[in-house]
Design a protein around this ligand. Structure first.
Ligand code: GRF
Length: 209
């Protein structure tokens, strides 16, 4: 069985593109069935349209209540019958009604290393401890905290932000001459590989189970 995947984006959609490329190359055990976006000007929309995917864009009006907006998104996603909903560069915290609708099959990509538990530190493979970096500015925060290593994580979304069960992570060294853009680009290169591997692993597990 190949997984049905809805991908949620807010920006450039390079992770979406990695999945689309893997699908085209027949190395993804999943079918992207729709793309959801909350930013009408996101360049990732063009990637979805170029792949001829149903593409839903529902911006959240400034100051608007997130619950009805998220409810509408959930209702628009439901007819696509996704096995997984992937927040791939989705920059909004989703309210409980949305998380509860798709959990535990709602996944998020985060451009930093998240620990297994809801704790404030992360232990690197070499045993060093660094702060757990959550929130929307994880790459910038890694630089300002001066951590030697950061990375990326794919995790299941729970009501607590950037805390759910971790499915995969990759460490990325911080270079002395890094700025936010250079570090983020190296992290994203790992994220693009990692997300294809995670989806294939979930598809395999679904087939075995
Ligand atoms: C990724 O680094 C993701 O972890 C973060 O936003 C970035 C999305 O990049 N939440 P793209 O839109 O897939 O290029």
């Amino acid at each position: 069985m190949s997984l049905r995947l809805v991908v949620m984006i807010s920006g450039s959609g390079s992770n979406l593109q990695a999945l689309l490329d893997a699908q085209r190359d027949q190395v993804l055990d999943a079918e992207i069935v729709a793309v959801v976006c909350d930013q009408p000007k996101a360049s990732g929309i063009a990637r979805a349209l170029a792949a001829r995917l149903p593409t839903i864009c529902v911006p959240l009006a400034k100051g608007a209540d997130r619950e009805p907006w998220a409810q509408l998104l959930a209702e628009l996603i439901a007819p696509f019958r996704p096995d997984y909903v992937l927040m791939a560069g989705w920059m909004r915290i989703m309210p409980g009604n949305f998380v509860g609708r798709w959990s535990p099959n709602l996944l998020n990509q985060h451009p930093a290393l998240l620990p297994d538990e809801n704790v404030d530190s992360y232990t690197l493979r070499d045993g060093r401890s660094i702060p757990a970096i959550r929130g929307p500015h994880a790459v910038r925060d890694a630089l300002s905290l001066g951590v030697p290593m950061t990375g990326c994580t794919v995790h299941r979304v729970t009501p607590l932000v950037d805390v759910g069960p971790v499915l995969a992570r990759v460490e990325v060294p911080v270079r002395p001459d890094d700025n936010e853009a250079s570090l983020h680009e190296r992290i994203k290169a790992e994220e693009r590989r990692m997300i294809v591997a995670v989806i294939n692993r979930l598809a395999k597990a679904a087939n075995v189970g």
